[in-house]
Write a protein that binds this ligand. Structure first.
Ligand code: F6P
Length: 550
């Protein structure tokens, strides 16, 4: 039993019904499912805002979908969803509300947590960000020596890097091209070194993005950046105010670092790191695309929030995508999920989703701390489509693993592409459609043989098909569409965590490594003894020291 008196997932009749249904479905092939139902493509399509979502190439029937929705009902997904939107503390292990949806709620909304309406402060920070962005764009905000800002360096890691870096890339076509953006995350000094190469400190603004403002990678990079700035300007601490701003929940630590808290853009503990880029963490993005486009993006998020909150289960896209993932993970033993954008601008989207999904649902105990006996979050991976086709798609088509994939594409190339380059677009999208087709329907041995292929080569040239994909299309990759797309995945991850009965909003799994790194570092630098260090790590440390000539 769960704390609320419900049976555990694997004891539910709805779970067992799905297992039995999987047996019945056996090797049913998409070729036959389509042949039996001429309406399938049309029926298994949803429109959510600007997103056109085709899920007809999934290994499901109407009965599968009905049983999956029954599972969602039995596991009270909508009840947890409503509790999240109401601001209840559904992140129980950290005793926190989960209110990223409040970051994109309209001014008129009232969303309370701990008795306080959070919407006014969300909008106050957005206004403060907008004012700052306008001042930088107009040249009213200058560096210490009076020079205009030309370079923006975002220093952050995890959710304080991946979101803004991904969205900057995605919306480059909307960006102020006269500003140059750099995203520094890795504690490897090479990252900062390469980002700062050739930059004039007098024209450089650092945005230190850290929810906690204690993350060692970020503080180390920010400290080195400050040293670079002050040396370059031959100035004292007073120069920091014009070149450093902070995005954080922790005013005390920001002040301790030496950044004026007037130059701090706040957010709150009810915003998880991986759900934070539409908070103040999006400042670098807002600097790139301007506040109007940033607000359009927030409106896109909100549109899908409302869809998730209000659409009936049969038409609820995040619910559907979450359920499909559970279907493959549990009943097809799928271990991973590929995200394949047919858009160069979405090249960082899979990496962004890795944190969103894997940090949220990479858990093996349930909300009551008991081990789960079912699959939880998949390994999420991917790269832009056509590049992947010439690398790992071989395995997708003919390997032994079931890997559900999302194919994401846009009808129009971005507006500022020169006509000759925009003309590539049909070829790009033809590849997306061809891959979905090949993965689903394959090529039978009869078809191969009929082409006159030598019999011994027929098995090698046969494509089994039946590889499930979702196709997501939109007219173009606009700020609003990006917001819609991200909210779709955020809520998909939510649905899965709700069904698996895990806490999708904590990340205790990242702690141990941080603690051990702190303990090991003095052994590397000073040769200090680390009590209880295992033999393998001790030998590696000794080898490292000797290779470094220590
Ligand atoms: O790796 C753990 C983590 O806490 C992430 O969840 C978070 O996005 C990242 O580190 C950065 O944290 P912060 O914004 O506090 O520096």
């Amino acid at each position: 039993m769960n704390a609320d008196g419900r049976s555990r997932l694997d004891q539910l009749p709805e779970w067992n019904a799905l297992a039995a249904h999987r047996q019945e479905l056996g090797d049913a092939h998409l070729r036959d499912l389509f042949a039996q139902d001429p309406e399938r493509a049309e029926r298994f399509t949803l429109q959510v805002g600007d997103l056109h979502l085709d899920y007809s190439k999934h290994l499901v029937t109407d009965e599968t979908l009905r049983l999956l929705r029954e599972l969602a009902r039995a596991t009270k997904v909508t009840e947890l969803r409503d509790a999240m939107f109401r601001g209840e503390k559904i992140n129980t292990t950290e005793d926190r509300a989960v209110l990223h949806t409040a970051l994109r709620a309209p001014h008129s909304a009232v969303i309370r947590t701990d008795g306080k309406d959070v919407v006014p402060e969300v909008h106050a920070v957005l206004t403060k960000m907008g004012t700052f962005v306008d001042r930088v764009h107009s040249g009213e905000w200058t560096g210490h020596t009076g020079k205009r800002i030309k370079n923006v360096v975002n220093i952050g890691i995890g959710g304080s890097d991946l979101g803004p870096a991904m969205a900057y890339e995605a919306l480059r076509a909307y960006s102020h091209r006269e500003l140059r953006f750099h995203f520094v995350s890795n504690v490897d000094g090479a990252d900062l070194h390469e980002a700062l190469r050739g930059l004039d400190p007098a024209e450089t603004l650092f945005i230190v993005a850290s929810k906690t403002f204690t993350t060692i990678e970020t503080i180390t990079n920010a400290t080195s950046a400050r040293r670079w700035l002050l040396r370059g300007l031959e100035a004292g601490q007073e120069a920091v105010a014009k070149h450093f701003v902070a995005l954080s929940t922790n005013a005390e630590k920001v002040a301790e670092f030496g950044i004026d808290t007037d130059n701090m853009f706040e957010f709150w503990d009810w915003v998880g790191g991986r759900y934070s880029f539409d908070s103040a963490i999006g400042l670098s993005l807002m600097l790139a695309i301007g506040q109007d486009h940033f607000r359009e993006m927030l409106a896109g998020f909100h549109l899908v929030d409302e869809h998730f909150r209000c659409a009936p289960p049969e038409e609820n896209a995040p619910l559907l995508l979450g359920l499909l993932g559970i279907w493959y993970g549990q009943f097809f033993d799928a271990q991973s999920h590929a995200v394949l954008p047919y858009s160069h601008y979405l090249s960082k989207f899979p990496a962004y989703l890795q944190q969103l999904d894997m940090e949220s649902n990479g858990k093996s105990v349930d909300r009551e701390g008991r081990p789960v006996s079912w699959q939880t979050g998949p390994v999420v991976w991917g790269t832009p489509g056509t590049n992947g086709q010439h690398a790992y798609y071989q395995l997708l088509h003919q390997g032994t693993k079931t890997i559900p994939a999302d194919l994401i594409g846009f009808a129009n190339p971005v507006a500022d592409l020169p006509p000759k380059l925009a003309a590539h677009h049909d070829l790009l999208m033809a590849n997306l459609f061809a891959q979905g087709q090949a993965l689903a329907f394959g090529k039978t041995s009869e078809e191969v043989a009929a082409e006159g292929v030598a019999p011994e080569l027929v098995p090698h040239r046969t494509f089994p098909g039946n590889r499930p994909t979702t196709t997501i299309l939109a007219a173009e990759l606009s700020p609003s569409v990006l917001g819609q797309l991200i909210a779709l995945y955020e809520h998909k991850v939510f649905v899965q965590g709700a069904i698996w009965h895990i806490d999708s909003f904590d990340q205790w799994g990242v702690e141990l490594g941080k603690v051990l790194a702190k303990r090991v570092e003095p052994a590397l630098t000073e040769g200090a003894a680390v009590p209880g260090l295992d033999a393998s790590t001790a030998a590696l440390v000794a080898t490292y020291r000797s290779l470094r000539g220590r």
